[in-house]
Design a protein. Structure first.
Length: 183
């Protein structure tokens, strides 16, 4: 069975070059010595292990976070440059998520919109604080898994029903989809 190979380009930043050196890879090609740049097989292996860790953390999060909490997080992360890894920030994803949640409640009452009880409309402050505490008990990889889920949500938002679809799950992100016909 033939392999469908696709080439991707990775721009080597200082932080990526450091990461490659930590992994024993060379970010620079030495053409005269015949040494190639960073090994694609090692990068593929590292990505596969990272994806496995994200998948495991995502399945744990499915048992920890509720639909309203997921929808609130996605709402508050809309337009966040860190979803697309533009910032190269050394700050972990979970810190960014928690800060967005705290700011979203304090500035816009986001918890009142997504988490409040119908009978107690101003219960969003308490529920938001509970969500923040829940997230603070999780690991950095859980933060990366949340970002992966939210990135998927915003990349596919026209095709995702936030009321019906379990869009945050690994299974939802990875299931085969029918391709839309171009008209």
């Amino acid at each position: 069975m033939p392999t469908d190979l696709r080439r991707i380009m990775i721009t080597t930043t200082d932080s990526l070059a450091r990461s490659l050196r930590v992994l024993g890879l060379s970010p620079d090609a030495d053409k005269e010595a015949g040494v190639p740049a960073a090994g694609s097989q090692q990068i593929i292996g590292a990505m596969a292990r990272y994806a496995d860790a994200i998948g495991h953390a995502g399945r744990e999060l499915d048992r920890i976070l509720t639909r309203p909490e997921w929808n609130m997080i996605a709402d508050l992360m809309n337009g966040c440059a860190d979803l697309w890894d533009y910032s190269e920030s050394p700050i972990g994803a979970m810190h960014m998520i928690v800060a967005n949640i705290e700011d979203g409640q304090r500035l816009d009452g986001a918890g009142d919109k997504w988490l409040a009880d119908e009978l107690r409309p101003r219960s969003g402050d308490k529920k938001t604080a509970e969500l923040v505490e829940k997230l603070r008990r999780l690991s950095p990889i859980h933060g990366d898994a949340i970002v992966a889920a939210v990135r998927y949500f915003w990349s596919h938002s026209p095709d995702v029903d936030h009321v019906e679809d379990r869009w945050w799950t690994v299974e939802f992100r990875t299931k085969p989809r029918a391709k839309k016909l171009m008209r």
